[in-house]
Design a protein around this ligand. Structure first.
Ligand code: MRU
Length: 335
C-alpha cells in the first residue's frame, strides 16, 4: 500500500517528522531535537491527528534525556517533558494515553540514564507499531462498508498523515482500493486549516484513489444527492457513552447524514476511547487562534479586528452514529 512516511528517528537519535503545514506544496522533513521542538510541532500542527500526536509525544520523551548525567536529573527532566507534551493539545486523548504508557514503563525501570532512555525508546517504538497494526485491523473491519462503486465521505484527515499507518477513516478506503474496488472518496476541504484539501486529497491521490474535493458548505447537499454510500470519520476522543469529539464540522456532517439516511461510522483505535469521560460534554475542546480564521498563510480573508470563534473540534452525539470501526471489529449501535 502506498502511503507517506510521517515520523522516524534521525541518525543521531532525534525525531524527524514530515512537516504537514507545508503540504501539499512541499514534502519536507523537519528534525526535532528537543522536547520544546516536539511540543511546538504538535501545537502548530506540523505533526497532527490523534494517534500520531501520541506517537510523537512518546518519541519526544527520549529527547528529555539528552543532557542528563544522573538518574535523579533524568527523572526530573522526564516529569517536566511529560507535563509539557501532555498539555500541547487538549482534545485528543491519545496524547495522554501514549504518555501514560511511557510513564508505566518508567515506573518499572530502576536503572541509569541509558537504561531509562532505552525503555522510553522501545516503548515509543511499540506504540508506533501498535497504532500501525490497529490501522490495518480497522481497515479489515470497515472493508464490508465499501462495496464496488461506493461513495465515501470523510472529513479532515484521518489518514496515514494522522496515524503513521493506513489511517483510521481511510484504512477501509486504502484496502478496498488495493482489492481493485472502484470507489470515490468525497473530501470536504475542512476550514480553517484545510486538512481535507491539503492532506486527505493529497494522500489519496498519491495512492491513486479517486477523490472529489468539496467546500465544507457543500457537505449537506452532497449527502442529500443520494450517491454517498456511507460517511467514515476519525475521532480525537470517544466518551464512555459513545459521543465523539472530532474535527469541527463533523457534527454538521453527522446531522446532514442523519437527515439523508446516510450511515455514519467513526473509525478509531482503543487509544481514542476515554472511559474516564462519561459523555461528550466533559471532553475539553481546543480553541485555536483567531488569525487561523481571519486569513490563511499570508493571505488576509477577513477584517483584522473581527471577533472570531475558532473551536478545533466539535462533539457528535452517539445517537447520530451508526457504528464504530475498531481494530476489534465493527460495532453497530443498537438503540
Ligand atoms: O486538528 P487536527 O488536524 O489534529 O484534527 C485531526 C482530526 O480531527 C482527526 O479526524 C482525528 O484526529 C482522527 S486522526 C486518525
Amino acid at each position: 500500500m502506498d502511503y507517506p512516511a510521517v515520523i522516524g528517528w534521525t541518525a543521531d537519535e532525534a525525531v524527524w517528522i514530515l512537516d504537514q503545514t507545508l503540504l501539499p506544496d512541499r514534502e519536507e522533513h523537519r528534525e526535532l531535537d528537543s522536547v520544546d521542538a516536539v511540543a511546538e510541532a504538535i501545537r502548530r500542527l506540523r505533526v497532527r491527528g490523534a494517534p500520531l500526536i501520541g506517537v510523537a509525544a512518546a518519541m519526544g520523551m527520549t529527547l528529555a534525556l539528552r543532557d542528563c548525567a544522573t538518574r535523579a536529573e533524568a527523572l526530573v527532566a522526564l516529569e517536566a517533558a511529560d507535563q509539557q507534551l501532555r498539555s500541547a493539545r487538549p482534545t485528543a486523548v491519545n496524547l495522554g494515553w501514549a504518555l501514560d504508557r511511557i510513564r508505566r514503563c518508567l515506573d518499572r525501570e530502576l536503572g541509569d540514564v541509558p537504561s531509562l532512555r532505552q525503555v522510553v525508546r522501545s516503548q515509543a517504538d511499540q506504540i508506533r507499531e501498535d497504532e500501525q497494526a490497529n490501522c490495518e485491523k480497522i481497515g479489515v473491519a470497515g472493508l464490508p462498508l465499501l462495496p464496488e462503486g461506493a461513495g465515501v465521505m470523510t472529513i479532515c484527515n484521518a489518514g496515514a498523515l494522522a496515524t503513521g499507518g493506513l489511517g483510521t477513516a481511510t484504512a477501509p478506503i486504502y484496502l478496498a482500493h488495493s482489492e481493485g474496488r472502484r470507489l470515490e472518496a468525497i473530501v470536504p476541504e475542512t476550514r480553517p486549516l484545510l486538512q481535507g484539501a491539503r492532506l486527505t486529497a493529497w494522500e489519496l491521490m498519491r495512492a491513486g484513489i479517486s477523490a472529489t474535493l468539496i467546500p465544507d458548505g457543500a457537505i449537506a447537499s452532497r449527502l442529500a444527492q443520494g450517491d454517498v454510500t456511507c460517511a467514515i470519520v476519525g475521532a480525537d476522543r470517544i466518551a464512555a457513552n459513545g459521543d465523539v469529539a472530532n474535527k469541527i464540522g463533523t457534527l454538521g456532517l453527522a446531522l446532514a447524514a442523519w437527515d439523508a439516511k446516510v450511515p455514519l461510522y467513526v473509525a478509531a483505535p482503543r487509544s481514542t476511547f476515554d472511559p474516564h469521560c462519561p459523555t461528550g460534554a466533559e471532553i475539553p475542546i481546543e480553541l485555536r487562534d483567531a488569525d487561523e480564521v481571519r486569513g490563511f498563510q499570508n493571505t488576509t480573508t477577513a477584517p483584522s479586528e473581527v471577533a472570531v470563534w475558532n473551536p478545533a473540534f466539535d462533539v457528535t452525539p452517539a445517537r447520530l452514529i451508526t457504528g464504530y470501526i475498531m481494530p476489534e471489529g465493527l460495532l453497530e449501535r443498537v438503540e
